[in-house]
Write a protein that binds this ligand. Structure first.
Ligand SMILES: [Zn+2]
Length: 290
């Protein structure tokens, strides 16, 4: 793993130095702070800020990149790149990091986004698979950008896991349906109750999810106060039953930090058609599971 870059500044009125290394949001934040302090102490106006600090970046690649982007920035293209960026099929955290890095380089320019704007920008351009989970969990309005990114990262991890397990089940189902078609005996499908009106027994995964999230084995709901022997809710309808996923548990979890209102999705730029993550997947991903 690459070592993180470091920010050094001897006194507030000396320009800070950025050493060679990986740019993490924390490093960028430190760099941002150090630069602001320096500009403030020296009374440097926005027009001169870039050239005052550009040469303090000790990584030649970063330096070149920075300058190249600043030239492009004058034409407004870099700012457009930041505002037009969409998650697409990328991992959320990587994309968020990239956007933060790019935004940090806009520092001192009017196109530089404040944390809340960047947060809105991210939220408005996350991939389709992540939009619903993010809206569902009702993240609190007072989260910092870093906290918000951590929360969404967690949801994205779950989405990826769910997608992977969906694909695995779909593949197994596809295999067994192929097998049963050739044998014309649909016995092995029972576990996933594809067409049966009878609710199948809990899978091992569902069982452990219910254990982990204080669920009831009868009504199969998470975070409820009763036990299955006292359950009055009854078993779920087989026809509409969906196999339990970790995400369901997260959604059902009583939220302490949450507020009642949904954070407004404030797109800074009108988002064009969102990339569908599953577009690039093979046909298996579209195989109907339930
Ligand atoms: Zn119950």
């Amino acid at each position: 793993m690459t070592k993180s870059a470091t920010v050094k500044q001897s006194t507030p009125n000396k320009p800070p130095k950025l050493s060679v290394g990986e740019l993490t949001p924390e490093v960028i934040h430190d760099w941002d702070n150090a630069c602001s302090t320096y500009f403030m102490h020296k009374g440097i106006d926005a027009g001169n800020q870039v050239k005052m600090i550009a040469f303090r970046m000790l990584d030649p690649h970063l330096h070149t990149w920075y300058l190249t982007w600043w030239i492009a920035l004058d034409a407004g293209t870099f700012a457009k790149k930041v505002l037009g960026s969409q998650q697409g099929s990328r991992i959320f955290y990587k994309w968020a990091l990239e956007l933060q890095n790019q935004n940090a380089l806009l520092y001192g320019n009017t196109a530089h986004l404040m944390d809340t704007q960047l947060c809105n920008q991210l939220e408005a351009n996350i991939c389709k698979d992540l939009t619903i989970p993010v809206l569902r969990v009702n993240l609190a309005d007072d989260l910092t950008l870093k906290e918000w990114i951590e929360e969404v990262k967690h949801l994205d991890d779950k989405c990826c896991e769910d997608l992977a397990s969906h694909k695995k089940i779909a593949k197994e189902l596809y295999k067994s349906s192929k097998r049963t078609t050739s044998m014309s005996k649909p016995s092995s499908l029972k576990t996933y109750n594809v067409s049966s009106s009878h609710l199948g027994s809990l899978t091992e995964g569902e069982h452990s999810l219910l254990m982990k999230h204080r669920g009831c084995f009868k009504c199969r709901k998470f975070y409820i106060s009763h036990q299955s022997k006292d359950c009055t809710d009854g078993t779920p309808e087989a026809s509409s039953y969906k196999m339990l996923m970790e995400l369901d548990a997260i959604v059902a979890k009583p939220k302490t930090k949450m507020v009642a209102t949904v954070r407004p999705v404030g797109a800074v730029m009108p988002s064009t058609v969102l990339d569908d993550r599953s577009d690039s997947e093979d046909d298996m991903a579209h195989f109907q599971i339930f």
